[in-house]
Ligand binder design. Sequence first.
Ligand code: DTR
Ligand code: CA
Ligand code: ZN
Ligand code: ZN
Length: 450
Amino acid sequence: MTHPRSSLPVSTSGRLAAAALVTVAGLLAAAPASSAAPDRTGAATAGARVLAAPDIPIGNVKAHLTQFQSIATANGGSRAHGRTGYKASVDYVKARLDAAGFTTTVQEFTTSGSTGYNLVADWPGGDPNQVLMAGAHLDSVSSGAGINDNGSGSAAVLETALAVSRAQLRPARHLRFAWWGAEELGLVGSKHYVNNLPAADRARVSGYINLDMAGSPNPGYFVYDDDPAIEKVFKDWYAGIGVPTEIETEGDGRSDHASFKNAGIPVGGLFTGAGRTKTAAQAAKWGGTSGQAFDRCYHSSCDTTANINDTALDRNSDALAHAIWTLGTAEPVPPGESYENAADVAVPDNGAAVTSALTVSGRTGNAPAALRAGVDIKHTWRGDLVVDLLAPDGTAYRLKDSSSSDSADNVVATYTVDASAEPANGTWRLRVQDVAAQDTGYVDSWKLTF
Ligand code: DTR
Ligand code: CA
Ligand code: ZN
Ligand code: ZN
């Protein structure tokens, strides 16, 4: 399919000044949103440059669950607030984070006559005025080990934090991870944290991501419908692996993200379902058993390491890492970032079309509505030539038509194309065909400027 050219070529007399080529490792700041409200999430906007997240090894995540199970077994069967099993859980997570280079803080509070503990871990570096947080409640109910609720979320957040350390990530934003106490008593730990965070520090939190029940045995894939930018990062990630998601509708007020939302902080999160029943339509798209609860062991003694769907937990762990890397490292792309191919490609006289390829990577979102295609084709009687830009999916954008009257030499021009329907990343091609006998030439170079 060929799109009509979106605008006349803006011919240039000389070659464009070659814009600096930026490698994948290069990070460039994200253009702040132009909306009235500050873009506190600083979400990756179209054209922002981010680093790709690593895979989170599900084996590592499950090893944390095994630890939580052992802790519960050794401490009277639960990891509930006020029980020794909860503090032992805090000590386990803290020890892993200290060994990985995090700055950890244990915040104490009292509720229901017992001391509670929040664990907060800061990854050194990043903009202290843009703090991206991810958290999970670490406590269980008193009836069981709480492996899905919420060892799953705690383990996913822990392993993502450890992946940040393994990568020695240097994100644009400051990363902070947290494990909350006494969520089951009414979001007590996270409320305590937010209420005791000075207002200036609260304003520095650009987003909070919550995982509570991330590995339900009969899983659904629910994304919190709160902050649009965080929601989009998760929905796009799941769409990328071909897994449909639903909006989490029962979540409002039901977990620790509510403590942050009530303070005006953008929130998001993931959930695989609790005691509600999976419908037939949901089973059709997600698998599992319709008419059965997403987690039959919700708040029960059978919420053990046997009560986990590995695929769901793996996906949510990877999705969380993707969100942390995407939202944490997104930096703006200065105007004029270009990708160039200067290899000569001969254009056969009155013959088959030839192409020259450019690979774009490390960008997020779609190409801009004003993507600039600069071409330099050496060819006598340029009227012989038809020139198209091919998007990674093969969609053709006509840049230049042939002309029986254009006898001038060479095509040195910059065309502006509305490529906003095309993902930025991928292999773009310039396609050139000589459609009239006599006169020959070659593609000297071409570039795309985002
Ligand atoms: N309140 C959480 C479990 C829970 C139930 N519904 C939602 C929705 C979104 C997140 C969590 C939940 C608990 O029992 O810990
Ligand atoms: Ca994984
Ligand atoms: Zn619970
Ligand atoms: Zn929970």
